[in-house]
Design a protein around this ligand. Structure first.
Ligand code: AMP
Length: 194
């Protein structure tokens, strides 16, 4: 099983790269942001609660996120090549929970890919996306808050994966294709060692 965390600041291209990875390696794409937006669109209790946090750039509580991911993994773990986790984990508690979840059925996380992108470019991309995404959180005020939360709460996840030898940075790339080529090399190296 190939289990990958795709990590990075908001606007770093996690969704785009996840789609390319899913096509190449036939993995199940689990995006907690997409799951929450689906709850919001369906007007569920979870969706209404999540909306109040997301629209202000805050994180949704760990227990709710972990429950959601756990249910999705349970649905698919017996019939897939592996998972790509996009936008999850965003806290060290979530990263620990993911290890425990995978270990509960004898699996491990293969690697964590950190998409490194300069902050001014992140802001530019998110503002541009906001013109068409109509996402409540793609406006300058909320983008700044999301980046602050990323620095304060999510970046410690990097140390967690570094300390357990599963961290890889994807950097010095400019185009989507360049990022993807680097990612494929890193995945192949982690699978085959060359
Ligand atoms: P994303 O689509 O990954 O940018 O997520 C959009 C928003 O959903 C985030 O800004 C958070 O408010 C919330 N969210 C998504 N994933 C998580 C997570 N793993 N933990 C907490 N909140 C999350």
């Amino acid at each position: 099983m190939l289990n990958i965390v795709i990590f990075g600041a908001p606007g770093s291209g996690k969704g785009t790269q996840s789609e390319l990875i899913v096509k190449k390696y036939n993995l199940v794409h689990l995006s907690t942001g997409d799951m929450l937006r689906d709850e919001i669109a369906r007007g569920t209790d979870i969706g209404r609660f999540a909306d109040t946090l997301i629209s202000k750039g805050n994180l949704v509580p760990d227990d709710l996120i972990i429950k959601m991911i756990c249910a999705k993994i349970d649905e698919r773990k017996g019939n897939c090549n592996g998972f790509i986790f996009d936008g999850f984990p965003r806290t060290v508690a979530q990263a620990e929970a993911l290890d425990a979840l995978l270990a509960s059925f004898g699996k491990k996380l293969t690697l964590m890919l950190d998409l490194r992108v300069e902050e001014p470019l992140l802001i530019e991309r998110l503002l541009k996306r906001g013109e068409t995404s109509h996402r409540a959180d793609d406006n300058l005020e909320v983008i700044k808050k999301r980046l602050q939360v990323y620095h304060e709460v999510t970046m410690p996840v990097i140390e967690f994966y570094k300390s357990t030898g599963r961290y890889v940075a994807v950097e010095n790339c400019t185009t989507v294709e360049e990022y993807f080529q680097s990612i494929v090399q890193l995945i192949e190296f982690s699978i085959c060692g060359f």
